[in-house]
Each structure stands twice: as C-alpha cells, then as structure tokens.
Design a protein around this ligand. Sequence first.
Ligand SMILES: [Zn+2]
Ligand SMILES: [Zn+2]
Length: 120
Amino acid sequence: MPRKSKCPCRHPNCPALIEVGQLYCPEHLPLHPEVQRPSAESRGYGYKWRKVSKAYLRKHPLCVKCLQEGHFVTATVVDHIVPHRGKPELMWNENNYQALCKPCHDRKTLTKDISPEYTY
Ligand SMILES: [Zn+2]
Ligand SMILES: [Zn+2]
C-alpha cells in the first residue's frame, strides 16, 4: 500500500520528514517566519482591514486634517476617530473612519499614545 508521501524538511541537514506541502518540520518552522502566513491574518484583522481601508481611501482620497487647513494632500492611512481597541462595532464602522496622510496620522497617534489605555 502506498503511504501518504512525505518530503524532507528543507532546513539544511535536517532529517525530519514532513507532510508534502509543508516546508519545514515543526522544530525548524519558527526559524523561518517568511514561510508562515502573516500573523495579522490569523488575528482576522489584516486582510479584511486592508480591503476595507483601501476601499475607503478610494472614496476619500484626501487627508481630512490637511483639507481643513486648505491643503490637498493624498491620504494614505485610514484612522479610527474613536480608537477601536478591538471592538468590532468601532473597528468596522465607516462613520468612525477618517482619511489621513502619514504625517497627520503619526501626529495623532503620538498624542493618543500619551493616554495609557491606548495600547494597540
Ligand atoms: Zn527540520
Ligand atoms: Zn494630513
């Protein structure tokens, strides 16, 4: 009977056999973070957020803070007006978003970080 085929771990000189489709044995996998899916994905945050924020920036291409001062600056960051702290109703609520350019976002984050509860 043909057994389910295995392939060797790709780590140099590692004799371990692993399931086809995997690259490293469990022992060596942590040494190769590049083959592991981004952890943001496993938190269920990264992929969806990238999609949502991209769509939002398409609709709101200009930094709202700069716009208030009469400057037209391309926004690159979607910021949560009220920090979501993991709450989905804030996280995924478009009314809680604002489009910011990087400098404006960094300035906001900087002031926010002074508040001890903003740990995200
Ligand atoms: Zn190995
Ligand atoms: Zn700005």
